[in-house]
Design a binder for this molecule. Structure first.
Ligand SMILES: N[C@@H](CCC(=O)N[C@@H](CS)C(=O)NCC(=O)O)C(=O)O
Length: 218
């Protein structure tokens, strides 16, 4: 049994689980998984065994249950500070936390009208003027991060702050949504999406999502 356990929902649909799972991968911890399929009669009771908030992901460690994706990022950063879950410089780290929080609290239109559904393709579905505004804001902040921080990082692997961080994990489900809903992207934003999708744990998640048996009508 691994030191850590991560409780997640189905890979195809659970965007918050993807965020927490990628954070655990970036932190480099070995962990067991408990997968709870969402939208089933037993889902709520199964999640309630691990989290009073009734939501996944939940990280279990040393008798602690840590829910909320941003709290998981902070905890993992505290116990694995050298993993680079947050960028090294204070300025980049502050900005990474800003944009991670903006994702956590916002983009409701995009999240509502373009729910994560990795294995399907619905080009053009879900686009409204409000969703378009969310997309413009997100792609603008990605560009801004790349221009302001990635170039001056000691290594630039194509992620928002150069090397992969919790900020990329927070936006990874947006990348899959852009693919699912065929959102047209400029070359620089498309290159960023390709970088995220090529990150080996991300590839593993997407492949596993395609093999899952559960289907939810969204
Ligand atoms: N603010 C939470 C959001 C977690 C969340 O909403 N998770 C969804 C799945 S993606 C959930 O657990 N839903 C419970 C359900 O569908 O019964 C976080 O950042 O972790």
């Amino acid at each position: 049994m691994a030191e850590f356990t991560l409780v997640i929902g189905n890979r195809n649909y659970s965007s918050w689980s993807l965020r927490g799972w990628l954070m655990a991968k970036i932190a480099g911890i070995a962990f067991d998984e408990i997968v709870i399929p969402l939208d089933q009669p037993e889902t709520k009771a199964a999640i309630a065994k691990h989290s009073p908030a009734g939501r996944v992901p939940v990280l279990l460690h040393n008798g602690l249950a840590i829910w909320e994706s941003l709290a998981i990022a902070e905890y993992l950063h505290e116990i694995r500070p050298s993993a680079g879950l947050w960028p090294a410089s204070a300025a980049a780290r502050a900005h990474a936390r800003v944009i991670a929080s903006e994702m956590h609290a916002g983009f409701v239109e995009l999240r509502t009208h373009m729910p994560m559904d990795i294995r399907v393709s619905y080009p053009g579905k879900g686009i409204t003027s409000e969703v378009h505004a969310d997309i413009e804001r997100i792609t603008g902040l990605w560009r801004d991060c790349r221009q302001r921080f990635a170039g001056s990082a000691s290594t630039d692997d194509g992620f928002l702050f150069g090397t992969i961080s919790a900020a990329d994990a927070m936006y990874a489900p947006v990348v899959t949504r852009f693919r699912t809903y065929g959102v047209k992207l400029d070359a620089d934003v498309d290159a960023y999406c390709k970088t995220v999708l090529a990150y080996p744990p991300m590839k593993d998640w997407v492949e596993a999502a395609k093999r899952e048996p559960w289907t939810i009508a969204l």
